[in-house]
Design a protein around this ligand. Structure first.
Ligand code: ADP
Ligand code: MG
Length: 319
């Protein structure tokens, strides 16, 4: 199969909202009147972000999902994507399943694939995602105010526990294994939440490197500090497991585990009721986990009010 057959067969789809999609030297796109273009790139590298023998359908999903998560964190509506692929060989079955996983999620959010690049090399998957947000309305990392509540969507730490299980570091019981592996392989980008938070949240970020690390970016960009309540954090239900160091690992995963793709956002206390209504309307659990305070850094308090001592903050590729 030639490079052009491969692109034609697996990655050429109609793009009705583009002026020009796949097939020329560049795509042509028009942003709607009054909108800004939000652009983000996320790359998945075999061995670093996924295991090379993983299910290609799930990999197609995740490649797009991690990018959609960035748009969710900006409050942007997904529109277009480009896909740069480096492949060790043109494995038709693999490409078929990968593209099915990719387009299943793309169709769900109305994302049109409008271009990309395809080369031979170590397996490497890179998406550039583009979305629209009304002028001036994007949710930034820099908007947190002293006194804001800190909120988190969904559950934290499941994906990191799923990875620990796959790596043989722990053995999860059947029920927890199912939801932890699903969190790892099929993260659900919180697009509807991001859109609904426009005009409500002061700041937002998606949690890809762990809550402490990603909230830390909000704190740095906004020049504020945070106090979190450990008992309020949304934790995986691992009630059937005790002992063998799992409780301690679970605690670390909740605070610092990667790959959650939940949203962390801050909002004024006056918007609490609205945010709770939003959680019900979107059927999206939201937890109020702490407050923005003045100063520097992040404290996590245990139920008795004492400050917890923490070993690590989050995932860093170069640390
Ligand atoms: P050029 O040599 O001009 O860079 P290419 O031969 O790399 O063009 O690509 C031909 C067309 O196919 C371009 O429109 C490009 O955007 C698109 N394309 C290449 N690879 C992919 C891919 N993996 N997914 C979607 N579109 C792709
Ligand atoms: Mg090219």
């Amino acid at each position: 199969m030639s490079e052009f057959d491969l692109i034609q067969r697996f990655f050429t789809r109609p793009a009705p909202h583009a002026i020009l999609g796949v097939g020329d030297d560049a795509a042509l796109l028009q942003v709607a009147e009054g909108m800004e273009l939000a652009v983000s790139t996320d790359m998945l590298v075999s061995g670093t972000h996924f295991l090379p023998d993983g299910d290609p359908f799930l990999l197609g999903h995740k490649t797009l999902a991690v990018n959609l998560s960035d748009l969710a964190a900006m409050g942007a509506a997904p529109r277009w994507a480009t896909l740069a692929l480096s492949l060790p060989q043109a494995d038709e079955q693999w490409l078929q399943r990968f593209s099915e996983g990719f387009f299943a999620l793309a169709d769900k959010y109305g994302v049109e694939l409008v271009g990309g690049d395809t080369t031979r090399g170590p397996l490497n998957l890179s998406v550039t995602i583009m979305g629209e947000v009304p002028r001036g309305k994007a949710l930034r990392r820099s908007g947190a105010h002293v006194g804001d509540d800190i909120w988190v969507s969904g559950t934290l730490g499941e994906a990191a526990l799923g990875l620990a299980h796959l790596q043989g570091r722990i053995a999860l019981p059947d029920d927890a294994r199912a939801f932890c592996l699903s969190a790892l392989h099929q993260p659900q980008p919180r697009i509807a939440l991001g859109l609904a938070l426009r005009g409500i949240a002061h700041s937002a970020i998606d949690i890809s490197d762990g809550l402490l690390a990603d909230l830390g970016h909000i704190l740095d960009c906004s020049n504020v500090a945070a106090e979190l309540r450990y008992d309020r954090l949304p934790k995986p239900s691992l009630s059937s497991v005790g002992g063998n160091g799992l409780a301690e690992l679970a605690q670390r995963c909740v605070l610092s585990g990667g790959d959650d793709y939940e949203l962390c956002f801050t909002a004024p206390v006056s918007r609490r009721a609205e945010i709770e209504t939003l959680a019900t309307r979107l059927n999206q659990p939201l937890s109020r986990v702490g407050s923005i305070v003045s100063g520097h850094g992040c404290k996590v308090r245990a139920e008795d009010g004492s400050v917890m001592k923490l070993k690590e903050s989050g995932y860093d590729h170069f640390a």
